[in-house]
Design a protein around this ligand. Sequence first.
Ligand SMILES: [Zn+2]
Ligand SMILES: [Zn+2]
Length: 147
Amino acid sequence: MADVLDLHPNQEEAIGGDRAIVFPPQGMACPVPSCGDHIFNSYPGLMKHWKKRHTASIRVHKCPRCPKEDPRRTHITQHLLRHHHVPMNNLREAQLGVTTEVKSNKQFISPGDILPPRKSQDAAVPILEPVGAMDLDQAMDFYGLDL
Ligand SMILES: [Zn+2]
Ligand SMILES: [Zn+2]
């Protein structure tokens, strides 16, 4: 038994969890000091703000048939269905034409050493990289968000 690693939930500090603030049930302001003291009542609300302001670059998915682009691939899929009337049996093929592009965020405010808060203590949520390109769909899935 000695060589079995016992990954107890209380050991999450060992993977750097101690550096990220846990989002409190009563809500909180953005931990980046220059953001002011607006209180975000929900975790998804704060994370939406974080994506918008504290992510240096963002990956967008581009419609193959028009100039539309969106950070969420599912939105492009819906757009293909609704606006371009792609039939369901051609959807997979149409999705192959969707390209991605990394764009710099014009509204970016550097969070410095500050990490985005975590959802709760008992959820072992991977910590987002504070800078760099991020796939919003993946991030949303990690955090269980649907904005
Ligand atoms: Zn902020
Ligand atoms: Zn389009």
